[in-house]
Design a protein around this ligand. Sequence first.
Ligand code: SAH
Length: 398
Amino acid sequence: MYEIDVVVKPEFVKAYKEGYPLISKESIVSWEKVSDEGTVMNLFDDKKKFICKAYHGMQNKGYGWVLSSNKDENINVTYFSKKIKSALEYRADFFADESTTAFRVLNGEGDGLGGLTIDYFDGFYLLTWYSLGIYEFKSEILKALKVTTEYKGIYQKKRFDSKGKYLDDKDDFIMGEKAPAPLIVKESGENFAIYLDDGAMVGVFLDQRDVRRTIRDRYAKGKSVLNTFSYTGAFSVFAALGGASKTTSVDLAKRSLPKTTEQFEINKIDVSKQNIIVEDVFNYFKYAVKKNLLFDMVVLDPPSFARSKKRTFSASKDYVNLLKEAIQITKKGGVIVASTNSANFSMMTFSDFIAKAFKQLNVKYKVKERFSLPKDFRVLDEFKEGNYLKVVFIEKLK
Ligand code: SAH
């Protein structure tokens, strides 16, 4: 691999010495020297002292990631094997647990390899490349995966552009056996239908596992549940399995109806007793208010940004209003599960959004519990921004 030496501006030296993993353009003296993505950079301070090794890859987050603090490290198959092996070891309890066969095995910078995630689906591995820079190491990383795992098959998603948008090259399948479509995996003992070769998303967001289990085990029994931005209905399925009296799933995407139906069916839930609605959530709120509908539980899990024909939704700008809509159709004593995967604001800011929404409606509330990323979505202490998930269970008080 092509390596170059670069000098870090004095005001950034301390951060990199202390393990900050993200490379910014501003931190490097004469960035022009670093042209190609995939270039390995040796970072030095202004006294020519080695700090760390990094690679250049363009993401919305930054310009690359630190790879190693060892100046003799070669970024080769051995290096990647080491990273993957320790990532696998960190998830030993997941591999041992037969009731959950889908989880993350390598979480980017949290496992020392920013720009790449690897998810495990019952013997199949899914690699997501977040930059062309990390993709330059594809052949080394695949070889490393070969020597460290016993895989049935390997798939990939390319999310190269600055917004992390999925690039459909029709080459998501890489090697090994092809997975059945759907591939049925287990989570907390329940089933999920996974499609590894059907566009950007595979059918479930693994980072909400603990939230789903909590809804099933401690909140759903006997409750009417509204699940907004429901996608394949994963929260509805867990609510129904936990004994919800009825679930209502609302999503704008037409595919959500067959996909949600399928998730119910493979868990032996009577779909005819559930409500699956293809509609804009904001229209549904208006309808619910008009019909005086009230729910025991409302789940809010919007995308951090979405543009539809009528409106754009941005979590950082519009979450307060979303909450206000939800509060109005939640029974007193009921629970709102407010979730966001927006990396643009912190748990503290999210708590402020919640406080503001309830205050504006003059309604009292109590925070019951909070969740952020689960164990398999490993986060570095030096890069807490990597913990993007924020979920708050809020009781609407009587
Ligand atoms: N809560 C889901 C994941 C949500 S992904 C889960 O746990 O699996 C975001 C979803 O929001 C997508 O399925 C998208 O179709 C939907 N969506 C985006 N804007 C919407 C809107 N205005 N109304 C309804 N659904 C919307």
